[in-house]
Design a protein around this ligand. Structure first.
Ligand SMILES: [Zn+2]
Length: 164
């Protein structure tokens, strides 16, 4: 078993649609538009989940949870991330840090950045200073889409200490 840390990269993009709820990083943002998609369309959690799976050398999100499978219709994407973290854990890895970028012209997400970062740190079970989230706009060039990128670092879990 090697002990070198592993890095993973994830990317996702969803089209914006009127009347869809806007879930980002597991937080519902008040907005007239939201990301379309088979699940809740949470681009941040999809990019993050793919980064986790990629770093662990596992199949990607679309392979593990195909969007043709009716059981994932409207699914909360927190479930995808939790499933990926379990698979990682089973292989002896844990997330040491994560950094995300959200590219989004609408809605305005800066008022919710702190809440999203906090939720990400809860989902990853990490201190908030090990999880970051940056918001970017394209100044209207990409107002029909919402896009996210994520990198994560995996490290080996400490083996359980024998007591006594
Ligand atoms: Zn997605």
């Amino acid at each position: 078993m090697d002990h070198f840390p592993r890095i993973g990269l994830g990317w996702d993009r969803h089209r914006l649609q009127s009347g869809r709820p806007c879930w980002l990083a597991g937080v519902e943002i008040p907005s007239p538009v939201g990301p379309s998609g088979h699940s809740d369309g949470d681009v941040l959690l999809h990019a993050l989940t793919d980064a986790v799976l990629g770093a662990a050398g596992l199949d990607d999100l679309g392979t593990l949870f195909p969007d043709t499978d009716p059981q994932w219709a409207g699914a909360s994407s927190t479930m995808f991330l939790e499933a990926a973290l379990r698979r990682c854990h089973n292989r002896g890895w844990k997330v040491a840090s994560a950094d995300l970028v959200l590219v989004c012209d609408r809605p305005k997400i800066s008022p919710f950045r702190g809440a999203m970062r906090k939720r990400l740190s809860q989902l990853l079970q990490l201190a908030e200073d090990r999880v970051n989230l940056k918001g970017k706009t394209t100044e209207g060039a990409n107002s029909e889409y919402m896009e996210a990128q994520a990198v994560v670092l995996l490290i080996r879990e400490m083996p359980a200490q024998a007591s006594g």
